[in-house]
Write a protein that binds this ligand. Sequence first.
Ligand SMILES: C[S@@+](CC[C@H](N)C(=O)[O-])C[C@H]1O[C@@H](n2cnc3c(N)ncnc32)[C@H](O)[C@@H]1O
Length: 281
Amino acid sequence: MSVKETVREKYVQAALRVATGGSSCCGAAPAFDGCCDPITSNLYDAGQTDELPDAAVKASLGCGNPTALAQLHPGETVLDLGSGGGIDVLLSARRVGPAGKAYGLDMTDEMLALARENQRQAGLENVEFLKGEIENIPLPDNSVDVVISNCVINLSADKSRVVREAFRVLKPGGRFAVSDVVTRGAVPTEVRQSMLLWVGCIAGALEDHEYIRALAKAGFDSIDIEPTRVYNIEDARRFLTSEGIDVDAIAPQVEGKFMSAFIRAVKPSATKECCGPACCS
Ligand SMILES: C[S@@+](CC[C@H](N)C(=O)[O-])C[C@H]1O[C@@H](n2cnc3c(N)ncnc32)[C@H](O)[C@@H]1O
């Protein structure tokens, strides 16, 4: 099975759990009894979730709260890469108001069905869920003010391509405002694999400087990575122990190196390459 098929199958199951009354993680059939994990829990405050359908909240599988950290203005167009049950799309739609629009993009039919039902229950008309892959965004160049995403880019086997696609669809001056898992500093390969398995990063997470490099190479400016939750070995102890890993032995190599972060960048308003010697003043 390819990475993409493994990812899709995981989220088909998560969507079906919510659709049958459970939660994406801690519902009727948790994959692991420690799955009310420190990654996906308590990301949204009650003021935000109170106004959303229950199933949108239960389907939340992010690792941050990009709409709380991103600047969103009335009338803007927002695109959520890997929108899942739609929680961040619905929150964005309220922020940009009826003159704005929020798109959610997801490759998993079951998640799209859940998200569209959540949209219906929320009564929001300025929302559209699109089927597609974040490596091939089905929107035109320069059409979006803000790209958000919540714990999805780490699932892609081609993260540089995702970042290039985000750059392409953003308007000049548009913002990239994404929550994702990143790593920081050198970690032995086996320790890294165990921790990323715990986090659920099937395709592996980027190191912070690799993320910065991919964003800069795509053309972004004003790149910043702000840790929002740093994980420690105690967070992962039960899972790692169940996998037969000697947790105390690897603990010193984990500390401070695995985190959820808010990643922001800006598409420059005018690209220097297209300017003649006299037109950039
Ligand atoms: C970790 S969940 C996050 C969902 C949502 N952002 C949230 O915060 O609840 C990942 C979602 O991204 C979707 N996804 C993963 N890889 C994708 C890809 N390459 N293209 C489109 N969607 C993808 C999955 O179907 C799933 O709905």
